[in-house]
Design a protein around this ligand. Structure first.
Ligand SMILES: O=P(O)(O)OC[C@@H](O)[C@H]1O[C@@H](OP(=O)(O)O)[C@@H](O)[C@@H](O)[C@@H]1O
Ligand SMILES: [Mg+2]
Ligand SMILES: [Zn+2]
Length: 185
């Protein structure tokens, strides 16, 4: 009865913010023509995927709740974006989004943890060995609230509770290439 002893193996995850990390945040981007990939993002994500991290996207899309664009617009752009990752050799495991306006008081708008809880329903994840990469205080606060072990903030303003701060995705990528043990531990 070996199968009674079966334990799922817990996998490491990379939770990527979207606007400001994957694409330049031009403000409530909803159209393919406005979606500009951030330089170096594919190479950075590959550093994680090639060492066995599952890749997720967690994004606040209050533009839906504000009525700026529809759920269908978001879904169309998301399918296109996912295909671009695939063309660059990267499998995005799951994409979670909060469609609510900030005043909706939902449980999924970062820094609330609803999107991480959704991921945990489908994947056995080792959150303590997982990473968040984001550009806002709410991304880093999500890491703290969900007990995700590691966090990286990208941008010119330092986020105090982030484990690492870099001014750009390329700077982050270079640092991790030079210090591979940090994410291979
Ligand atoms: O960075 P992620 O989580 O992927 O997405 C953020 C976006 O939903 C938008 O979030 C808005 O903030 P409010 O949602 O209005 O506070 C603004 O920052 C927009 O410029 C931005 O596009
Ligand atoms: Mg962002
Ligand atoms: Zn929500």
């Amino acid at each position: 009865m070996d199968n009674l002893n079966y334990q799922p193996s817990f996998q490491k995850a990379l939770f990527l913010d979207r606007d400001g990390i994957i694409n330049v945040d031009h403000g409530y981007v909803s159209k393919i023509k406005d979606f500009e990939f951030v330089e170096g993002i594919f190479d950075l994500v590959k550093l994680f995927s090639k060492t066995g991290y599952l890749i997720f996207i967690v994004t606040n899309q209050s533009g839906i709740g504000r009525g700026y664009y529809s759920e269908e617009d978001f879904s169309r752009l998301t399918q296109w974006m996912k295909k671009k990752f695939q063309e660059n050799g990267i499998q995005i495991e799951g994409i979670y989004y909060c469609p609510h306006a900030p005043d909706a008081n939902c449980n999924c708008r970062k820094p609330k943890t609803g999107m991480i809880e959704e991921a945990l329903k489908s994947y056995p994840l080792d959150l303590s060995a997982s990473w968040v990469i984001g550009d806002k205080q709410s991304d880093i606060d999500l890491a703290d609230a969900a007990h995700i072990g590691h966090s990286i903030a990208i941008g010119n303003r330092k986020i105090e509770n982030a484990e690492y701060n870099f001014s750009s995705i390329n700077e982050c990528k270079r640092f991790l290439e030079e210090n591979p043990a940090i994410i291979n531990a």
